[in-house]
Write a protein that binds this ligand. Sequence first.
Ligand code: ADP
Ligand code: MG
Length: 255
Amino acid sequence: MPQESPGGQTRRPASIVIVENLVKRFGNFTALSDISLNVAKGEKIVLCGPSGSGKSTLIRCINHIEKPDEGLVVIDGVELAGRMADINSVRREVGMVFQSFNLFPHLSVVENCMLAPIRVRGLSRSEAHDRAIGLLRKVRIHDQANKYPAQLSGGQQQRVAIARALCMQPKIMLFDEPTSALDPEMVKEVLETMVDLAQEGMTMVCVTHEMGFARQVADRVVFMDRGAIVEESDPDTFFRAPRTERARSFLNQII
Ligand code: ADP
Ligand code: MG
């Protein structure tokens, strides 16, 4: 149960993300019904399930890009109850990488990475530049730092998007099908970057159908169908012996 701190904020240090009884509707359609999910510090979760099962909506509710209709989201001890100050402070700690890379087209690679740390974290230009180059090196793309997004391949752009998110020094990284828009030969370089990140201990929630990645890094596979979590287990159990018929038929389709 939550502990009430003297400041009134709910703190549960064991989990970085707590989702409890989350419901999200679009008009009469219930996209998420009664979702509960905890993510421990350092944990890697792979979220999978058929198209339309609510994976993106759940990821978006975690950092309140979508506002849940019911239920609770707590990020690093702060409950997102609709106060903009809380939502903004939490978003700073949550890195997001989407299927479409969403880089700013008019900014160079390094400037893409410098923008938020300067504006939101108050870094000087030179501090932001050093940090950006360091993280671009980590994703092995620092030699492209002065190019513009359109001059890069999809895989390179996605690695820049990852570096850009890391420049904010997030406590957790959320990935929503980061390799789905890529040509097959570029999927590997992006997955390798994500594996590196996982091995460094980053807390990650990844929507992906890359089951090799899931086997390699996931502590837990969470399978969704029709707006609900149907099954969750360690990857070995999930792939070897899925409990539900829905998970079995999903796996038959993608593997
Ligand atoms: P997934 O990511 O698993 O493919 P989504 O979370 O994108 O699924 O969508 C879950 C369901 O919610 C789908 O039926 C989708 O059509 C619906 N949905 C998502 N976003 C909206 C929206 N903004 N308005 C109406 N329906 C939406
Ligand atoms: Mg989606």
